[in-house]
Ligand binder design. Structure first.
Ligand code: FE2
Length: 501
């Protein structure tokens, strides 16, 4: 036990912990613990306690921590000296008030053969519904939960409005200033199921576009904000800063807003977390969905999705990894979504950045890096399929052999192709979607697609196989909807092919 002195900073008194608690960045011996203190007007101390049991009889760490005004009274503490593969409990408190009790598991030791279980979700638009899937994930037996982006939505996209978001200067849910982004996270963390999920497992989140603005790219705005009140780079900084304030991740000492990283779980899994927004070039062809985009523009080698530095880091860490499964948690789809065959519909995903896709996938092929699985969000649709170096497969698997697999985990609530576009609005899309699947004939690389259901994925990495389960709630209109399995998949070690089980 150790007690830190915080010269002159008073203990917090009448405060609450409305946004709950969270943990992140777990290793075999360390983790980052998070809360936010409500009701403060200046810096103040609270106590953090970590124990081996829920009753806090076996305390392993107790320390005073300072909630600072400059951090919006978010508290993040790195604790160390943990034993590998163990369950720990933690809480923050003042003399009068306790936070919720959180729990997390330190990662299994490097020589462990234990199967590793990961919950994966993306796209939880508050206005589009409740989070019954988060309740199921919170109660699942998991080593970590990964959010692939769109943890918040910076404005209103859903006219059906199962829930109403009144954040923003105009009360219409649109946020641009730092204070407004902070209000947005507070709104989302008002949700009981999301708070329970954060309390029950370590969470690793990467941002996609809506943590800042729809379809932004590098230093360029997404051009869809009707009334841009703040210059884009300032707005992006506001979004990044609010993200880090509300996530259980420490900032990288070398690069303030770097989110790409790896996380290791024993012998069976290395998790690669990417950033496909901050370093990317602008989308080709004015980012038009369902519009023809010439190949030379899509594959222009001067354009990048990952940026030079992240690309060389990814290639090197993938090559050096001795984990059985290399799961790449990535924002946008790496398999093509074509209509018709050979003609991609969405230049915002890897399809619009062909040079980077070829570079990464030929590297995986040429370096014989086996057992790579991409885990993907963004598109509000479930897909599973085989990844070839071109992103696509020919009819009856006549194209190049696959080098990896991809699992796209649907959306927690956000509206998908069927809800938001509607078959009557876009007649061409009608032929793109057949019985809830995206034009299977045009995309032979898909083993499965489903544009109808909401949900998430659970991934289990073990010595001989990778199992992926797509799960779906009966409805997102009620917080208590039952959750069922939509489809189960297996990938056998050494064979980059998705099998439906
Ligand atoms: Fe989304």
């Amino acid at each position: 036990m150790r007690r830190l002195k915080h010269g002159g900073v008073e203990r917090a008194r009448d405060v609450t912990f409305k946004q709950g608690v969270a943990s992140g960045d777990p290793t075999a011996h360390r983790a980052t613990l998070w809360t936010r203190v409500d009701g403060l007007e200046r810096d103040a101390r609270v106590t953090l306690e970590v124990a081996r049991d829920r009753g806090f009889d076996r305390v392993v760490e107790r320390r005073e921590v300072v909630a600072r005004k400059r951090d919006n009274y978010a508290v993040k503490e790195r604790v160390s000296g943990l034993d590998p593969g163990e369950q720990y409990y933690y809480r923050f408190f003042t003399r009068k008030r306790d936070s919720d009790v959180g729990r997390f598991r330190s990662t299994v030791p490097m020589d462990s053969n234990q199967p590793v279980r990961v919950g994966v979700f993306s796209c939880q638009d508050y206005e589009s519904g409740f989070y019954p899937g988060h309740r199921a994930l919170a109660n699942d037996d998991l080593d970590v939960v990964v959010c692939l982006g769109d943890y918040i939505y910076e404005r209103s996209f859903d006219e059906s409005k199962v829930r109403v978001d009144k954040t923003g200067r105009n009360g219409d849910g649109e946020v641009q200033s730092l204070a407004e982004y902070r209000d947005k996270y507070a709104l989302y963390h008002g949700d009981r199921e999301l708070r329970d999920l954060r309390a029950n497992h370590a969470l690793m989140a990467i941002w996609d576009d809506h943590e800042v603005e729809d379809n932004w790219a590098g230093d360029r705005a997404g051009d869809k904000t009707i009334d841009p009140r703040i210059a884009f780079l300032k707005r992006r900084r506001n979004g990044f800063r609010a993200f880090f304030e509300h996530m259980p991740r420490m900032r990288n000492p070398r690069e303030r807003f770097r989110i790409y990283d790896t996380l290791r779980f024993g012998r069976n899994l290395e998790l690669f977390l990417l950033d496909e927004r901050q370093y990317r070039s602008d989308q080709p062809c004015d980012d038009q969905v369902l519009a023809p985009c010439p190949e030379n523009e899509r594959n222009d080698p001067s354009r990048t999705l990952l940026g030079k530095q992240q690309m060389s880091w990814l290639k090197r860490t993938l090559r050096e990894s001795d984990a059985v499964w290399k799961a790449v948690a990535n924002q946008v789809m790496i398999m093509s979504v074509d209509f018709p065959a050979g003609s991609p519909i969405n230049p915002d995903q890897w399809d619009g950045y062909g040079a980077d896709r070829t570079e990464l996938l030929t590297h995986i092929r040429d370096q014989r890096i086996s057992d790579v699985a991409f885990l993907t969000g963004d598109i509000h649709t479930f897909f599973a399929g085989d990844v070839t170096p071109t992103g696509r497969q020919g009819p009856a698997q006549t194209g190049p052999p696959p080098v990896a697999t991809e699992f796209v985990c649907g959306s927690v609530t956000s509206q998908g192709l069927l809800d938001s576009v509607g078959l009557s609005v876009q007649p061409d899309l009608g032929s793109l979607i057949v019985d809830g699947a995206v034009a299977p004939g045009d995309n032979p690389h898909f083993r499965y697609s489903n544009v109808k259901d909401k949900g998430y994925a659970v991934v289990e990495a073990s010595r001989d196989e990778l199992k992926v389960s797509f799960r779906t709630p009966a409805s997102v209109k009620s917080r208590n909807s039952p959750v069922r399995t939509l489809k189960d998949f297996t990938v056998t070690r050494g064979i980059p092919r998705v099998e439906i089980t």
